[in-house]
Design a protein around this ligand. Structure first.
Ligand code: 5GP
Length: 208
């Protein structure tokens, strides 16, 4: 019984981290994939919980060794999803949540047709800007870059299957949980999980 891969994207400051944190508390058998990044650690971040913070040499080395499921340069830093963790968890039957940028999501889309692609959007560009300012994690220069990147990221929305407009945190968490429940109830996934392909190919007759 394989797990499901959920790919979550959305502009910086939209609230992905909070939505994901609360969702992980509510949904059983769901784990978060911690990415590697060359971005400097923020004061409130914990190594191994938020990211694996690595230098550029180590990151390039990991690319060479094909250790990433996907990787991308986002807001001038490298970010990548460690392949082994994701593959092992899915194989064990756990579902895995990725929080990655739109380039990363597009690259996963080419490899994992069965994954679920969810975009988290802000209610408006002004709200996004205000949230990013209130978060207080970015310098003026980085803030401008992230806002510029946000415009480009929003143009990718049509490539995603689901969109959650994050107006109110709890509502967004409920919506993400609903998507996860609905996906797990899809007939094709249940047939896959229980290995019932041959049974249904025979029109539901068990000829064994
Ligand atoms: P932040 O620096 O604010 O933590 O993250 C910046 C952006 O990088 C976010 O949009 C986040 O989704 C994205 N990101 C985080 N980890 C990865 C990853 O492993 N791969 C890719 N492609 N993007 C990532």
């Amino acid at each position: 019984m394989k797990g499901v891969l959920y790919v979550i994207s959305g502009p910086s400051g939209v609230g992905k981290t909070s939505i994901i944190e609360l969702t992980l508390k509510k949904v059983k058998n769901l784990v978060f994939s911690v990415s590697c990044t060359t971005r400097p650690k923020r004061p409130n971040e914990v190594e191994g919980r938020d990211y694996f913070f690595v230098d550029i040499v180590k990151f390039r080395d990991m690319i060479e060794r094909d250790e990433f499921l996907e990787w991308a340069v986002v807001h001038n830093h490298y970010y990548g999803t460690p392949r082994k963790f994701v593959e092992q968890e899915i194989e064990k039957g756990k579902s895995v949540l990725l929080d990655i940028d739109v380039q990363g999501a597009m690259s996963v889309m080419n490899k994992y047709k069965d994954a679920v692609y969810i975009f988290i959007a802000p209610p408006s560009f002004d709200v996004l800007k205000q949230r990013l300012i209130n978060r207080g994690t970015e310098s003026q220069e980085n803030l401008q870059r992230r806002l510029e990147d946000a415009k480009r990221e929003l143009s990718y929305i049509p490539n995603f299957e689901y969109i959650i407009v994050n107006t109110q945190l709890q509502e967004s968490v409920d919506q993400l949980c609903s998507i996860i429940v609905a996906e797990q109830l899809k007939v094709k996934r249940i047939i896959d999980r229980l290995g019932l392909h041959r049974f249904f190919e025979n029109g539901g007759e068990n000829n064994e």
